[in-house]
Design a protein around this ligand. Sequence first.
Ligand code: HEC
Ligand code: HEC
Ligand code: HEC
Ligand code: HEC
Ligand code: HEC
Ligand code: HEC
Ligand code: HEC
Ligand code: HEC
Ligand code: HEC
Ligand code: HEC
Length: 301
Amino acid sequence: MKKILFLLSVLTVVFLFTRVPSVSTDTGYAGVEACKGCHEGYYDSFMQTPHGKKAVVGSPAAQFGCESCHGSGSEHVSKGGGKGVAIFGFSKKLDAKERSAKCLACHEDAQHLISWNMSKHKSNGIACTDCHSMHAGIGKGLKLGQPDLCFDCHKDIRLQSNKQSHHPVREGKITCTDCHDTHGTFGPKMLRADTVNELCYKCHAEKRGPFRFEHPPVETNCLNCHAVHGSNHNSLLVRKTPQLCQSCHEVAFHPSTPYTNADSFTANQPSNKLIARACLNCHTNIHGSNGPSDNGQKFIR
Ligand code: HEC
Ligand code: HEC
Ligand code: HEC
Ligand code: HEC
Ligand code: HEC
Ligand code: HEC
Ligand code: HEC
Ligand code: HEC
Ligand code: HEC
Ligand code: HEC
């Protein structure tokens, strides 16, 4: 009887080893080759990414292969595979944190995703795999290119970027992620800078100053006057001039106050200030000026 049992168990072990040669009995890991037989397509796509390259330090290929993400799979293999059979499948029904944890096991340190915990994406139940596909991704494993990837969820930003004046994001000259880090940052709104102005200066350095005469709303926040994702007014302005200026400035005693009857278009002598850009015709250096005292102070050339 004992002999028969012994023979049977030897036979099972031999059987298992011939079916799935690379089963590593003590870890529960089956190894990439075991998965390849039944999932060739997934194997091929895996091999094409850095994840599938043994030479990439710390990559899944250099560790547990498929099972670095899907969890140990020897039970899945021995049961002949199947949906929901002893394997982590990244179903959308699973909690986002649980799905992301598989990635963060490696990426929290290696890829400097340390601010993920502070990101609005995490706190709103978005997982890594909502943007990244590990088997059908394009560059950087993304499901879609930018900006379409972002527009899928951010319809309001898409609307703004269709306005007449907009940053050339749709044109592909800059990307959403030039300004935002979707993995979270220490700054506001996941910006790649500590403040809005610091962000703007990265590409518009000439607006930084210091100027001899500064215009306070400029130093405070560029968005006092600009709508960064798009506007129907020129130069991304939140309103057109002169209304923009008059939202802060009393112009009652200005030498060129435009809104008197005598000065309006309906009067005999229309004034030059009523041309749409009136204020800017004279106050050209609206972001600050180094000009000589009197003119400089009033941002006039
Ligand atoms: C004997 C064949 C076989 C082997 C070996 C095998 N699988 Fe599977 N696996 C399947 C089948 C069949 C399914 C169900 C496929 C489907 O529903 O489209 C499946 C499903 C899966 C799923 C989806 C599970 C879910 O719940 O969504 C994952 C992930 C998976 N396998 C990973 C692996 C990994 C990793 C390995 C290697 C450790 C592996 N498989 C080895 C046959 C196999
Ligand atoms: C076992 C560790 C490990 C796990 C688990 C892991 N990764 Fe990676 N990943 C790496 C390494 C290592 C690289 C290569 C880094 C490099 O090129 O410097 C990488 C690269 C990437 C890249 C860049 C790909 C490219 O084409 O440049 C993306 C995106 C990525 N991983 C996302 C993920 C996501 C999403 C998950 C979870 C589903 C995940 N990773 C799970 C280790 C891992
Ligand atoms: C909202 C979409 C989104 C989510 C969620 C997301 N990513 Fe990304 N990820 C991107 C984009 C877009 C890029 C392309 C690089 C860039 O421009 O920032 C990227 C790039 C990467 C890279 C390549 C390294 C680099 O900086 O170029 C890695 C690694 C990565 N992501 C891992 C992760 C991990 C891990 C998670 C989950 C913790 C995650 N991502 C969540 C959109 C996302
Ligand atoms: C870096 C992490 C990672 C590695 C490594 C990886 N996968 Fe996946 N796999 C995923 C993610 C995430 C999904 C969910 C769909 C997607 O993102 O493309 C997935 C989906 C799958 C599915 C389909 C699940 C379903 O919903 O039906 C199978 C099967 C699968 N992987 C098999 C494999 C095999 C086989 C390997 C190794 C050759 C492998 N995976 C390596 C992360 C990984
Ligand atoms: C030139 C830089 C820049 C680009 C490009 C950019 N953003 Fe922004 N985004 C900002 C700034 C600055 C804010 C902060 C606005 C504020 O504080 O009111 C912001 C805010 C946001 C917000 C939060 C909005 C809110 O009301 O709280 C979302 C969502 C957003 N951006 C998505 C995107 C998407 C999607 C893209 C690409 C289509 C994109 N952004 C491109 C600079 C940019
Ligand atoms: C799967 C859906 C999804 C995708 C894809 C996505 N986002 Fe988001 N994003 C959200 C949700 C949900 C929020 C939180 C609610 C909100 O502010 O709209 C958010 C918030 C944001 C915020 C506001 C951050 C804050 O602090 O208020 C920014 C900026 C942002 N996303 C940028 C991006 C960019 C850039 C991309 C493309 C690379 C992108 N998102 C792709 C779902 C998504
Ligand atoms: C990643 C680089 C980058 C960042 C950061 C950036 N911009 Fe721009 N900005 C551009 C580019 C590129 C253009 C288009 C220039 C051109 O077409 O000549 C532009 C154009 C503009 C314009 C003129 C738009 C028009 O219709 O004429 C304004 C206004 C502007 N940016 C304001 C801002 C503000 C405010 C910020 C900070 C919130 C900012 N930018 C951050 C790259 C950037
Ligand atoms: C007080 C309102 C106001 C503030 C605040 C402001 N701007 Fe402007 N900006 C304007 C006006 C008005 C124009 C249009 C000028 C024109 O048409 O001659 C303009 C035009 C621009 C342009 C496109 C034309 C050019 O001069 O290059 C850029 C870029 C720009 N601003 C960047 C910025 C940045 C960066 C900040 C923050 C440091 C900022 N603006 C703050 C009013 C403002
Ligand atoms: C968000 C509010 C705000 C907006 C919008 C704004 N300004 Fe100003 N401006 C100020 C403040 C605050 C000062 C400094 C205090 C003062 O001298 O009135 C100032 C100063 C000035 C000065 C110098 C005044 C002096 O006595 O030295 C001029 C000229 C000026 N602004 C013109 C404009 C023009 C033209 C526009 C429209 C393109 C504009 N401002 C838009 C807030 C604003
Ligand atoms: C025809 C040229 C011209 C136009 C157009 C013009 N300004 Fe002026 N502005 C000046 C001059 C010159 C001064 C300096 C006057 C002084 O020092 O008494 C001045 C001074 C100012 C001052 C400083 C405070 C003051 O009253 O001395 C503000 C604020 C101002 N302008 C805002 C505006 C606004 C807002 C508009 C558009 C509604 C505008 N300006 C249109 C030429 C102009």
